[in-house]
Design a protein around this ligand. Structure first.
Ligand code: PBG
Length: 358
């Protein structure tokens, strides 16, 4: 019988022979007795039995909470396309990190809304040791050292044209961008970041950062590589939040992945792990659960998904309109755990952590 799905064989047994069940890559197991010996509803009868049989769970410890930060007067305001999310001041970000600690959320992730006057073609503000992100890293590590601080490494919040890389004559420059990203990574490590998050999709950046970190005495700083990051329309509200939407010239398709690809994600993850990434990410999340599953199955390394701004906006908008129940939030996050993710970056982190606490 040809293999079909994950169950290569699952056939109804005859009276004297149980149905056989074979999980991909594992030996055939005679586990399914025929009906009525097997009644799968038995284990769903009560909450206690369902709890005992639950295979995957979501806890606050699985969450990374992305925060938008700004020091531009008046910009610490709600993000219109992300109801419930606001840009935070430096003090606001410290308070959010304290909230994360109270709720048992292990990490926050910083995304700056940079002063428009500091956005240039050369992106020099990106590696300024005193830039907004680096000041917030220091402030959070001083106030709540137990919360891991993750950063974003890409040039878009500092770039006059909204791209993640340096641009010359309309071309995104790979190697020059990597040099800039390394300077950015070192400044963030110096400021005390625990997890560096390169989200730029340039080639060779992980290896360049890893060797620069080793050489500069930052051997213990971890890298969570945005390894399989797709050129996605789900990032729209994020670009509003960091002020890059109206600036972006063209699209990001020469560096972010084609949404039609799957094998390429495996090659990218393999490459980034070989270059020294400690953890890898798939992004966006819900529309790419197949990629999460493949990555975890193939490598067995710490694997994360980013439930991105557009996903947040869709779910939150529907919840606020009463079109779906709030329970869809936790259900959407549990799906990542089932797909094999160790954790999820989500703007719902504090709400979900509160709900899980009961
Ligand atoms: C940019 C970056 C993006 C996100 C995280 N880092 C947007 C992009 O690539 O254009 C998206 C996150 C989200 O949509 O929530 N380096």
């Amino acid at each position: 019988m040809p293999a079909k799905g994950n169950f290569a064989h699952a056939r109804q047994g005859q009276d004297d022979m149980p149905a056989r069940c074979q999980l991909k890559g594992q030996p055939m197991l005679p586990v399914l007795a025929p009906f009525p010996t097997t009644r799968l509803r038995r284990m769903r009868r009560t909450a206690a039995l369902r709890d005992l049989a639950q295979e995957n769970a979501l806890t606050a410890k699985d969450l990374i909470w992305p925060l938008f930060i700004t020091d531009v007067p008046g910009a610490d305001a709600p993000v219109a396309s992300m109801p419930g999310v606001s840009r935070l001041t430096v003090e606001g970000a410290v308070r959010a990190a304290e909230t994360a600690a109270e709720l048992g959320i292990p990490a926050i992730c910083l995304f700056p809304y940079t002063d428009p006057g500091l956005r240039t073609e050369g992106c020099e503000e990106a590696w300024n040791p005193e830039n907004l992100s680096n000041r917030v890293i220091r402030a959070i590590k001083a106030a709540v050292p137990e919360v891991a601080v993750m950063t974003d490494i890409a040039l878009d919040p500092y770039n006059a044209n909204g791209h993640d890389g340096l641009v010359r004559d309309g071309v995104i420059l790979n190697d020059e961008t990597v040099e800039a990203l390394v300077k950015m990574a070192l400044a963030q490590a110096e400021a005390g970041a625990d997890i560096l998050g390169p989200s730029d999709m340039m080639d060779g950046r992980i290896g360049a950062m890893r060797s620069a970190l080793e050489a500069a005495g930052h051997a213990d700083v971890t890298i969570l590589s945005y390894a399989a990051k797709y050129a996605s329309a789900f990032y729209g509200p994020f670009r509003d939040a960091v002020g890059a939407a109206t600036r972006l010239v063209g699209d990001k398709k020469t560096y972010q992945m084609n949404p039609g690809n799957s094998d390429e994600a495996i090659r990218l993850v393999a490459r980034d792990l070989a270059e020294g990434a400690d953890m890898v990410m798939v992004k966006p999340g819900m529309a790419y659960l197949d990629i999460c599953y493949r990555v975890k199955q193939a490598f067995g390394v710490p694997t994360f998904a980013y439930q991105v701004s557009g996903e947040y906006a869709m779910i939150k908008g529907a919840v606020l309109n009463g079109w779906v129940k709030e329970a869809v939030i936790a259900e959407s996050l549990l799906a990542f755990r089932r797909a094999g993710c160790d954790g999820i970056l989500t703007y719902f982190a504090p709400d979900v952590a509160r709900a899980l606490r009961g």
